[in-house]
Design a protein around this ligand. Structure first.
Ligand SMILES: C[S@@+](CC[C@H](N)C(=O)[O-])C[C@H]1O[C@@H](n2cnc3c(N)ncnc32)[C@H](O)[C@@H]1O
Length: 269
């Protein structure tokens, strides 16, 4: 059996926060006008985490055991194309091509995070539009579906490494690299931002705590004048992230916001 949690009567902002906070343990989400349903495999369900999130946001939830779901059918029914300005269009293979965008990315997300729907990915794509990737070495820390690594390849990056803690995401990213004809990206299954190589650009859309734990590794691996683009940060966490970056020779060079989520760019001094 699987578990379905329903968070009742919540705002769109709280829905977005919950989706991001539960992305690592939930198999999928379904939204209605007022509610959010989150689906879990029984062995991955963490009642304590769900209860403390509900208390944090001052909301209620109900919990039901349900028949096993077809997660593929769930994401297919939920996945609408995403367009980031006229720069990038993200769609599934069953959608029609998106006209008038510079780069099209085809994603089969299944259980991984990274379709551009979430503000944190959208902001990363927007920031990537400002950066010259041609001939650059790139590390995509926490690649999920591989969306950012695919975009870096399409923008002309020369050598790309992508990692994820989640074995399922590694398989899914590999599948998406093949679909998008960018198969020379190196994929690593690992649980930290520590790599042996140095990079010109590091992309990291994860969350506050994983970022704080890894900023010193990321900075050590960045070439001088290299760029670190961080997303997955809430507005109230800007100061702590900025201070940690400052302590690690990284100077804030840009920031963007969407739905209370921040994307911060840093330059290695
Ligand atoms: C918010 S998703 C971002 C996915 C994609 N890069 C995007 O921008 O949409 C974060 C990803 O980081 C992975 N992750 C979380 N903690 C990690 C860690 N300590 N080491 C490596 N990957 C991690 C998760 O499995 C998830 O796929």
């Amino acid at each position: 059996m699987h578990i379905q949690i329903t968070f009742n009567n919540i705002s769109d902002t709280i829905k977005e926060l919950l989706i991001a906070e539960l992305a690592d343990i939930a198999e999928g989400f379904e939204e209605t006008d007022t509610d959010l349903h989150a689906f879990f495999m029984k062995e991955k369900y963490d009642r304590e985490a769900v209860t403390s999130l509900a208390a944090l946001h001052n909301i209620t939830f109900t919990e039901n055991e349900i028949a096993p779901q077809n997660w593929n059918a769930l994401w297919e029914s939920n996945f609408e194309p995403v367009i980031v300005e006229n720069f990038v269009g993200v769609r599934a293979f069953f959608h029609a091509p998106i006209p008038d965008v510079q780069h099209e990315i085809i994603i089969t997300p299944k259980m991984s995070f990274g379709t551009g729907h979430h503000a944190t990915t959208y902001l990363m794509i927007q920031q990537m539009q400002q950066i010259d990737f041609k001939g650059k070495t790139v590390f995509d820390f926490g690649t999920g579906t591989g969306i950012l690594a695919i975009l870096a390849a399409k923008l002309g990056a020369q050598q790309i490494t992508a990692n994820d803690i989640d074995e399922w995401s590694i398989q899914n990213a590999r599948e998406n690299f093949e679909t998008n004809n960018v198969t020379d990206i190196r994929l690593v299954h690992s649980d930290s931002g520590m790599m042996a190589e140095h990079f010109d650009i590091i992309l990291a859309n994860i969350n506050r705590n994983v970022l704080l734990e890894n900023i010193s590794h990321l900075s050590n691996q960045l070439n001088n004048n290299g760029l670190l683009i961080l997303s997955g940060i809430l507005r109230e966490d800007i100061a702590i992230i900025e201070q940690c970056c400052k302590n690690n020779h990284l100077s804030l060079s840009g920031q963007a916001e969407k739905s209370n989520w921040m994307c911060l760019s840093f330059k290695k001094l």
